[in-house]
Design a protein around this ligand. Structure first.
Ligand SMILES: [Zn+2]
Length: 106
């Protein structure tokens, strides 16, 4: 998803105000200018995207955990129904573990 000029300005303006320097180099990934702050060179656009992805992952995780709690609170007495419940819960736990790994990679 491409960021609009307005969004880019919203990311870059506070950087400039905080004393970051716009460099003469460009990000190899997205082509936006690189910045330097406290000796660290970074691409504000890519960092912004990474942060957004993390927020998305977090909200998926939270809704999965909510579902898991709901299921755990409504375990049926019927064995067949219980099996289905536990199966779904197992799937949710597996997914949560996958998300956790994805976050560790970043
Ligand atoms: Zn970039």
């Amino acid at each position: 998803m491409a960021l609009s000029d307005k969004e880019i300005r919203e990311i870059i303006t506070p950087l400039l105000l905080s004393g970051a320097k716009m460099l003469d180099k460009h990000c190899p990934r997205c082509g936006s200018p690189l910045f330097e702050l406290n000796g660290k060179v970074f691409c504000p656009i890519c960092e912004h995207r990474k942060r957004e992805e993390r927020v998305e992952l977090k909200s998926i995780e939270e809704s999965l955990i909510g579902k898991l709690r709901l299921l755990a609170n409504q375990l049926p007495d019927d064995i067949e129904e219980l099996k289905k419940h536990l199966e779904v819960m197992g799937m949710i736990v597996e997914l949560l573990e996958k998300y956790k790994k994805m976050e560790e990679i970043k």
